[in-house]
Write a protein that binds this ligand. Sequence first.
Ligand code: MN
Length: 193
Amino acid sequence: MKFQQPQLPYFPYALEPVISATTIEYHYGKHEKAYIDNLNRIIKDTDYEEMPLERIIVESTGPLFNNASQAWNHIFYFFQFNPDGLKAPGGKLAEKIDEQFGSFEEFQRQFEEAGASLFGSGWVWLVNNDEGELGIIKGSNAENPLTRGLNPILTFDVWEHAYYLDYHNRRADYLHRLWDIVDWSVIESRYPF
Ligand code: MN
């Protein structure tokens, strides 16, 4: 299987001013494309060619894991945004967030704090386990919750390439602004309870 970079479901400028068209051009157009190109190069003529991307992530290490996971993480990240999306969760996910974090606002605060305090490059995630319990976890570099048997629901990219063009060193500002473009109808669809 040769993996292809899906076209984004919005124009490059659609997320401005939260994420600029220039950041989309570099972050999705160059960084994400490079991960997919590297992934395809590494799996060529190996057994991994026939595997779904999620299985490659769980079964690989080293450069293959790094490129496979980054390829997946970025699609997961960019496809959760929509400037006209649902601004807060509803249904079972909203109930669970209230139950575990006290309120949606408190959940957002803890999520931002996890991202702001991650040392170096990585990702902050909202995940659920098999019982539907939620958790905020963070991981360095290309880490992915799938390798811990957890289901990812939401992620913020905290590599500098995600925010440096628009926010320079102000990572906390970038994390706080992302809520304006998260489409909670997408996030809810990823919570299987
Ligand atoms: Mn990135």
